[in-house]
Write a protein that binds this ligand. Structure first.
Ligand code: DX5
Ligand code: ZN
Length: 219
């Protein structure tokens, strides 16, 4: 099974953003995970288009953009223009999720849907075949550096079953509290893509930490 390591830029040093992007380019990372927060859907504000464009200018890998915003439909084209390759919206923020997913795909981006820790997998039953990716939040969205929620394992197993049963090609991504201690168990449950923020950027040698994570989930 192919696995993807996606360092979360939210924990990077914004004073040296270009250097951080170049470190990821050279590392064993597969994607850039880019967290957009609006202060409404989540109790925090991160960054928007100018910063994404700055990352894109130097990034040589997939931009995996995670929107923690209300009304994402309004900005789909802007995120495409800013350089997003994968655009993930929250189930809890989209009244007309099917329309939103189709609109993302129409731009040529891959479409992802994210679930908060309390949202059951079953809500994806009628959309799973349309999705390129499902992002399971293993912390409550809004901040880096939080503790991994153990109930996530159960949800991943349920999602894996739903994907197999429906014939969906969606990748499973997990976001929040991922470390060298839980990444292998997550992989064994069927996770394809692993977001890691503070564990990578607060470590002494982020590039080495990325390699460590990658090795733990490579066959
Ligand atoms: C949280 C964000 C995450 C965050 C993960 O709302 O979606 O991507 O950066 O950070 P860590 O890995 O520190 O939990
Ligand atoms: Zn995220």
């Amino acid at each position: 099974m192919k696995t993807y390591i996606a360092p979360s830029i939210l924990s990077a040093n914004f004073g040296n953003l270009q250097q951080e992007v170049e470190m990821i380019n050279k590392s064993d990372a597969d994607w850039f995970h880019v967290d957009v927060m609006d202060g409404v859907f989540v109790p925090n504000i991160s960054f928007g288009m100018p910063v994404i464009k700055a990352i894109k200018k130097h990034a040589e890998k997939t931009l995996d953009v995670h929107l923690m915003i209300v009304n994402p439909d309004k900005f789909i084209k802007d995120f495409k223009d800013a350089g997003a390759d994968i655009l993930t919206v929250h189930y809890e923020a989209c009244t007309h999720l099917h329309r939103t997913v189709q609109a993302i795909k129409a731009t040529g981006m891959k479409a992802g849907v994210s679930l908060n820790p309390h949202t059951p997998i079953a809500v994806l039953e009628d959309i799973i075949k349309d999705l390129d990716l499902v992002l399971i939040m293993s912390v409550n969205p809004g901040f880096g550096g939080q503790k991994f929620i153990e109930n996530t394992y159960k949800k991943i197993a349920q999602l894996k079953k739903l994907i197999e049963y429906s014939g969906s090609k969606a990748l499973i991504e997990v976001d929040g509290g991922v470390t060298d201690k839980n990444i292998q168990k997550l992989a064994s449950k069927g996770v394809n893509a692993f977001v890691a923020g503070s564990f990578v950027f607060k470590s002494k040698n982020p590039s080495e930490t990325i390699s460590t994570l990658k090795k733990l989930v490579s066959e």
